[in-house]
Design a protein around this ligand. Structure first.
Ligand SMILES: Cc1cc2nc3c(=O)[nH]c(=O)nc-3n(C[C@H](O)[C@H](O)[C@H](O)COP(=O)(O)OP(=O)(O)OC[C@H]3O[C@@H](n4cnc5c(N)ncnc54)[C@H](O)[C@@H]3O)c2cc1C
Length: 396
């Protein structure tokens, strides 16, 4: 036996870009920054990439198009969709979008550019992709503390707690992809909560008679404001635990309706993170809103549509990703700066998280003082990646 020397606290590491949270936004941000030659860390509190999309079993990659035959989201958003089904799709294979066709617009108007993927395969493929691009992944690492610089306008380091030790990460810039704006919150920046709480969702996979299927019980759609005592914020540990226990119970009761476990019947996969939609967002320099549909922004860094209806098409202004008060911290994913729960419901989904993630990765790679960033530099990197940034570039 060897004597145990005990924990090593505060191991120091240095990066150009540190991304906190390995969901779709974090994967996209880390990949995007690494492709600019930066030394990138992706810290994730669980031991799998993908966040809600994989651990939360939200396995529908919602549309990259406007529902009228026009593709809006490109770049990493499209790359990840294709990657997610590169070893096969669970459903909704987007043929009309993958094949050239004579009547493409007609076909693409009736089939939206979305798909269904397997969460486990997708998670491992994302991990490989990030490693191939040189991203350091630190699993089991929860960001719990933050230090500011002397003037109090930048993050100088964050502390990640792992199994038995802790890391102090110094970085030129940081990207908050926690889904809950946790890094901004720790900084003491202004953040916003949704008006509506999250309803219950209990999505799981069941294997039955050779069929492996996603059971979508509850939708977590937001609770109407007159039911103030129902639903959860998604931010409170005890509340989340109670909700997860409730979901587990709903899942088991649903599963045993089809009989007990047998060779042909298994409860295949449980979600391993709370299935919550909107929890907390940053107060950015700009808050995008529903009436910005078809609006042109000089500072646009990507395009996206609405999964809820056909037609809407938005340009994403860079200013939705950072606040005026912090120079080297930006956000991506479901916690970017929006106005109103209706708009939040549009921006929180997988393709939009990838669009904001890619843009945030470029921003963080190019600058550690966003107040002095030349938007054109960010845009030029994205344009070089063949990403349309304005609706007129795709004929809208
Ligand atoms: C019931 C339900 C159904 C949905 N259906 C769909 C759908 O069909 N299609 C679709 O496109 N979208 C759907 N969504 C929404 C979508 O899946 C998510 O909003 C999106 O995947 C969020 O991505 P994200 O990267 O911003 O955040 P998340 O997926 O929340 O990822 C955040 C990551 O950060 C990690 N993290 C958090 N805090 C810390 C910390 N302090 N330190 C380190 N790591 C941390 C988490 O472990 C997680 O991996 C649904 C959501 C719900 C709840």
């Amino acid at each position: 036996m060897k004597s145990d020397k005990g924990f090593e606290y505060n191991k120091k590491r240095h990066y150009n870009v540190a991304v906190v949270g390995g969901g779709i936004a974090g994967i996209s941000a880390a990949l995007s920054a690494a492709r600019l030659g930066k030394k990138v860390l992706l810290a994730e509190s669980s031991y799998i990439l993908g966040g809600l999309a994989t651990s939360g079993l939200v396995t529908i990659y919602l549309p990259l198009c406007d529902g009228l035959g026009h593709q809006l989201s490109f770049g990493i958003a499209e790359e990840l969709l294709r990657l997610s089904i590169s070893r096969g799709a669970e459903g909704d294979y987007p043929d009309a979008w993958f094949n050239n066709c004579e009547d493409c617009v007609a076909k693409r108007s009736s089939q939206r550019y979305l798909t269904r993927f397997n969460p486990h395969v997708f998670a491992v493929l994302c991990e490989r992709l990030l490693r191939e691009n040189g991203v350091d992944i630190l699993y089991g690492a929860t960001m719990s503390k933050l230090s500011k610089n002397k003037s109090g306008d930048s993050v100088s380091s964050i502390t990640l707690i792992t199994k038995t030790d802790s890391y102090v990460i110094y970085s030129d810039s940081f990207v908050d992809c926690t889904g809950d704006a946790t890094v901004f919150y720790h900084f003491g920046a202004e953040t916003f909560l949704p008006y509506h709480k999250n309803g219950n969702a209990a999505w799981y996979y069941e294997l039955i008679n050779g069929e492996y299927r996603l059971k979508q019980i509850g939708s977590c759609f937001y609770i109407s404001s007159d039911k103030v005592n129902e639903g959860i914020s998604g931010l409170d540990g005890e509340e989340n635990s109670a909700e997860v226990i409730k979901s587990h119970s709903i899942i088991l009761d649903d599963f045993i309706k089809n009989g007990d476990v047998s060779k042909t019947h298994a409860l295949a996969t449980l979600p391993t993170i709370p299935q919550v939609r909107m929890t907390r967002m940053i107060n950015g320099v700009y808050r995008i809103k529903k009436t910005d549909d078809k609006k042109n922004f000089d500072t646009s860094v990507g395009l996206f549509g609405s999964w809820l209806e056909k037609g809407p098409a938005f340009e994403l202004p860079l200013e939705t990703l950072y606040s005026s008060k912090i120079k080297n911290l930006c956000a991506a994913g479901r916690c970017i700066s929006v106005m109103g729960d209706d708009m939040w419901d549009i921006t929180r989904v997988i393709p939009v998280c990838a669009v904001s993630g890619e843009a945030a990765g470029v921003l963080a790679a190019l600058s550690s003082d966003f107040s002095n960033i030349y938007v054109r530099d960010v845009q030029s990197v994205l344009s070089d990646r063949n990403i349309p940034l304005h609706l007129n570039e795709i004929g809208l």
